[in-house]
Design a protein around this ligand. Sequence first.
Ligand code: GTP
Ligand code: SPV
Ligand code: MN
Length: 584
Amino acid sequence: MNILKNKSVASWVNKIKEIFDPSEVIWLNGDVKQIENLKENAVKGGILFRLNEGIMPNCFLHRSSINDVARSESRTFVCCDKHEDAGPTNNWQKPHEAFEKLINISKNSYRNRKMYVIPFAMGPPGSPLCKLGIQVTDSVYVAIMMTIMTRLNSQVIKKFESLEETMCNDLLETTSWTRCLHASCDNDPENRYICHFPQSNFIFSINSNYGGNALLGKKCLALRLASVSANKEGWLAEHMAIVGIKRPGKEIKYMCACFPSGCGKTDFAMMKLPKSYTERGYEVWCVGDDIAWLKIDSNGRLRAINAENGFFGACSGINKDTNISLAIKKNTIFTNVMHNLADNTVWWDGLSKDVPENSLNWKGEHWEKQLETNQKNARFAVSAKNYPYLSKEFDNPEGVVIDAIIFGGKRKNLMPLVAESKDWEHGVFMASVLSTEITSAVDSNVGKTRRDPFSMLSFCGYNMADYFKHWLNVGKKLVNAPKIFHVNWFMQDEKDEIIWPGFGENIRVVDWILDRIENNIDCKDSLIGFLPYEKDINTKGMNLNEKHLNKLLFFDEELWDKEKKEIKSFYDKLNVGIFGKYIK
Ligand code: GTP
Ligand code: SPV
Ligand code: MN
């Protein structure tokens, strides 16, 4: 087996080698021994710290540069010929200009460093949606993370072999597989660029090693570039979790959950049910926690695959009573968590009550009680197979049939606990105005809502108005389309406290959703969609009073009038001319 049989791969990698001048080229093939070696070398180089083998086997800690701890939206660009193709929600540059600029900053930057070449697949290799890519990087951390988050094995390499192609001389020429070029450079935020070239099937990212900026198969390929292909080819590339719910005596039903970054996709995908539900035979199976690719099958049903091979989730809030904690007991890379020196383990907010005394913060400094930040966007990366409740459909190339799509943001009022859209078009409208309250104390926009249509504001690689139309068109082709719902786990009471307990208790809302899909129950009509009758939300065993339940299920039309004005000006900015009937 030799991937270099593919001439386009050989010629591209050679060209990158000439421009970046590494001391050595290392081809990854997914071999376990090879990955162990990489980790060993990373430990020797101080890039990874090996954690307590007895307590956390094969787990490592990594610390980012302090200026490199999150996605850099303002440095992220879609580079296509026409600005309007990128639309008003994307930063835009002309392809040749962006390419020249990035090459000038990064050329020769692999000098005296190793160059890792990573052939990978997004999606199961047998899937009609599977996409191949090659990432080149000088960061061993990024290389190791890619072996977790993407599929990298002999089957993938075989697929490359069978692609016959010869590469032209121009690096912006397109290829059938995605070229992912990453250079750490100095991790300089002033010279940080994450550039996408949809016309060339090419991604070029420099000066950041952080997840979404550097693991180029993830947000860059599987959302920004894939969304452009999906629009052309009639499928959907979405920022969604995929979950299977088994109810007693019934088949597993699958749904997608679309919540903006930091709004609970991973928690939903790995929901731990209340005991009363598990006792009755309810089960939750995780197919994916972040990126779903959806395609219409020959029966006109929408089917979803998880584009990824692993989970890159936020640590904050995870404790031993959660299911997520079961996924990260071994074989996990932790980034920017605290290092508990007492037993060489890790710590983050919510893991236990107190910060361990003898520990280092995310920067590697001794933790003093006066320092307020112990960790920064602390995350774990782990292969999906490490999660005990991974769905058996995870590798199914055809994906799972989707019966419901659930949208939701963090809203302290207005949006009820759950609402069912009246039809596909109404659901698309609701998703297009999805929003989240800005709560961060450092942001001057606190209290305002950030509109995040379909949770894709930062990830849609083309014009957002066209994206909405694409969703409407997909709906027209579906037979038995999934029902669309909107949920809000975050409504607050007069004391600004979140009313709904959330997390595993969300099964009570999912139950209503499934009952609606199965036509088991009636509902109330409202402007926002169909709402549950109080009696149809099971609150048994919960500490929720009637007043609060009423509030959760009430739709405030006065507030909606104000909201509609805001939506109008949002649509004006986006140049969206449709959906007028919903905001009259
Ligand atoms: P990204 O990985 O950034 O895309 O985020 P995500 O959508 O996967 O969000 P994540 O699951 O990491 O959750 C983020 C935050 O939402 C955490 O602070 C959770 O505590 C909170 N959260 C998740 N589910 C619930 C819920 O049902 N109720 C409440 N109150 N908080 C929740
Ligand atoms: C998100 O921000 O939506 C994430 C983390 O899932 S990252 O992979 O960095 O995009
Ligand atoms: Mn995400």
